[in-house]
Write a protein that binds this ligand. Sequence first.
Ligand code: AMP
Ligand code: ZN
Length: 473
Amino acid sequence: MKIHNTLSKQKEEFQPITPGKVSMYVCGPTVYNLIHIGNARPMVFFDTVRRYFLYKGYDVNYVSNFTDVDDKIIKRANEEGEDCSVISERYIEECKKDMESLNVMTATVHPKATEEIGGMIEMISVLIDKGFAYRAEDGTVYFRTRKFPYYGKLSHKNLDDLRSGNRSILVTGEEQKEDPLDFVLWKPKKEGEPFWTSPWCEGRPGWHIECSVMSRKYLGEQIDIHGGGEDLIFPHHENEIAQSEASSGKEFAHYWMHNAFLNIDNHKMSKSAGNFFTVRDILAKYEGRVLRLFLLSAHYRSPLNFSDPLMDSAKSSLERILNCSDNLAYAAEHAKEKEASETEKQILAEAEKYRAQFEKAMDDDFNTADGLAAVYDLVRYLNSHVGEQPSEEFAKGAAELLRTLTDVLGLDLSPRQAGDNDADEEKILAMIAERQEARKAKDFARADAVRDELLAMGIILEDTREGVKWKRA
Ligand code: AMP
Ligand code: ZN
């Protein structure tokens, strides 16, 4: 298996630290808002990486954090007159719902920054003891960047270039830094902010330290893979490396993987630029699995431009797969013959070449675009080779192969059910309730009108003994 490593800028053969095991840490979202579909790209992609390792028989330990203390959360909390923890808990829950809609597996651990402050204080203390960090007069603790000889190895930046090229690093109020490149590990509290006591001052951690600490706590000092969006390479991941390696004296992550951006009109989708769609916005129009397929339709290191036509094309691609899978399920259920004929066995054996094609794509730095192409080829092959009356064994075997590959991509092939798609489900349920009310009040004209309105939306009602049921026409 080859993985493109940001450290070497090359594809390298994957060698796990412990045979048969993979440890992965993926930087998670800052929770002050609903996540947008740009944030969903690393979630879906790294979940697919995890699933492919599982498919290959590895044990995967997968950790992804929630950043639940940060300037943006504090700002939002102050605007809403709420405690920070109320805001962050709310959006952690919302984020988990979105992950579920996108069929992203729950991490082995989802640590939260605010629950790991003790570990952060401990790592910062070690860094100070080793001379890699210092306390300024106001209680801020900085990392002494120049003391760490490998600073810049991930982003391929040279300290002197950084210094002359990025004057903005010297921010007013930070004259107390020994060097403009030094970054914050701990900062004093401000009015209205959450804080913790520490040996240096009452305050809170800088952003970067949390990932070094959580990764070490849940995965150990050395990990196989660290992932995130490419905007995190500098400074976040560069700083994580400095903190982790300076404190442990060991190489931190062996493979650094970074996804390219999800763009709109060729600009990075971001909350701060205001050019974003939340996952929730998209789920109002498309099923989660359509969005997931769209996000996997480009190689993760290529930018992906969001557009309605591309979403529609993802939708019809998914439908092709679902039709094939549904037809095979129907055929298996209604088969007259149990056992596969010789010809069918040959067809199934032949179909294995698409699994090989799929693995070849995924082994080559997780090329999900080519992996999907292998799935489409398999679908085309099956559609043209399934006979009029396939045997049960054949139909099940073919369906199983298709499902194995789509499972790696996290694409759920369960048949469409009424309500699956539906952000409008709430509306439908509200209308059904309204019709019930009208019927109770003997306003049958109104009840019928609501029923017709639903019918116009493609929703068919059925009055059963257990209550009203509905389905799509
Ligand atoms: P944030 O909440 O901004 O820290 O982002 C959480 C994750 O989403 C990080 O891995 C970011 O790199 C990633 N991310 C943010 N915006 C985008 C985007 N437009 N395209 C791809 N990844 C993104
Ligand atoms: Zn991180």
